[in-house]
Write a protein that binds this ligand. Structure first.
Ligand code: ATP
Length: 342
């Protein structure tokens, strides 16, 4: 049964000067999958441990299903956590590992056996019940860890970079598994990752955290289309920033008057546009530029385009071949420009 999770003004300080988490507030709806995303050391694991009850926040509240759980010990929080390393008991079979939580709760034997079987089936590991963990691959061990988390039917599923140690193909397979489990079980899930692509693929919403503070909490697409700050835009791969001033509905910039599809804030602004949104054509918001450099990246070619005033990056499909020194016309489509307050 899924529950709503709320963090309210949660801060945590380990003892040093800088808090690991600072005034973090966010709500995860029942059955929603939220990715907690950010660079290494930004406080993601700390936040997850606070939710799981492995850490008591220095201040703030954590509520599950509307009830504060700050004083509730981890084993009574109905939250299951999966870590980067599977942490299976080496001397127990796969089935006993998965059933451990049920045994602790003194579930009747037959019921426990059937739940273990079902959990292993859900992660496609039913043929491995009697194996010791050491005879499993890293990906299989992580599937068992997922089964162990699911078997107690937790209200919250907390995943701490569970696939970061796996190779790229396996990681993709495991992401699909998590999405399938999520669809089937409808758990309220928090997934910690430093991988922006992983967050985008998996999450209903992304909570982006830098240095313990929430920067933006929204659907994945919003991080590309409407980044909250320059840093957020940069984290999501935007590299073009154009300084300007909003005047009479458009923005005066070194590239000329640029029109935006959305209203720009008044005064000084920084416009951002993703390299792949830059077009090679004339029309509204177009300007002349020279190709300064070209880097072939397989699926695209990245160009640096220079005008007398500024340089911009453009990413174009490989069949468009420009040579360094070419004079071209480029256009910044109004719907791809986003204005940040300078
Ligand atoms: P990573 O992606 O590298 O796992 P993270 O975003 O999960 O990082 P945390 O592990 O939550 O980050 O750490 C946040 C900050 O708190 C870091 O500056 C870290 O050094 C510090 N920290 C974490 N655990 C402890 C601890 N037990 N004692 C003191 N400081 C800690």
């Amino acid at each position: 049964m899924a529950a709503r999770l709320e963090l309210e003004h949660v801060s945590h300080r380990y003892g040093g000067d800088a808090p690991a988490l600072e005034d973090l507030s966010l709500a995860v709806e029942p059955g929603e999958l939220v990715a907690l995303l950010g660079p290494s050391g930004c406080g993601k694991t700390t936040a997850l441990k606070v939710v799981a009850g492995l850490l008591r926040p220095t201040s703030g509240d954590v509520r599950v299903g509307g009830r504060s759980v700050v004083g509730t010990p981890p084993e009574r929080r109905e939250a299951a956590m999966v870590f980067q390393k599977p942490l299976l008991f080496p001397h127990m079979s796969v089935a006993r590992n998965v059933g451990f939580g049920l045994k602790m709760r003194k579930a009747p034997k037959e019921e426990a056996e059937s739940k273990v079987h079902e959990a292993l089936r859900r992660v496609r590991m039913e043929g491995f019940a009697d194996r010791p963990p050491e005879e499993l691959s890293g990906g299989q061990q992580q599937r068992v860890a997922l089964a162990r988390a699911l078997v107690t039917e937790p209200k919250l599923l907390l995943l701490d970079e569970p696939f970061s140690a796996l190779d790229a193909n396996l990681r993709e397979e495991m992401r699909e598994l998590v999405l399938r489990l999520q669809r089937e079980g409808g758990h309220t899930t928090v997934f910690v990752t430093h991988d922006q692509e992983e967050a985008v693929v998996l999450a209903d919403r992304i909570a982006l955290v830098f240095e313990g503070s929430l920067q933006m909490y929204d659907e994945p697409q919003a991080f590309y289309d409407r980044p909250a700050t320059r840093e957020v835009a940069r984290f999501f791969g935007a590299t073009n920033f154009i300084e300007g001033r909003t005047e009479n509905g458009s923005v005066r910039t070194p590239l000329g008057e640029l029109r935006l599809a959305s209203a720009a804030p008044p005064g000084g602004v920084t416009l951002t546009i993703r390299p792949e949104a830059v077009r090679l054509e004339g029309g509204e918001n177009s300007f002349r530029a020279r190709v300064l450099s070209a880097s072939y990246l397989g699926t695209q070619v990245q160009y640096e385009l220079g005008t007398d005033q500024t340089t911009l990056r453009a990413a174009l499909p490989p069949h468009v071949r420009l040579a360094v020194g070419d004079e071209i016309t480029a256009r910044l489509p109004p719907e791809s420009l986003w204005a940040l307050r300078a």
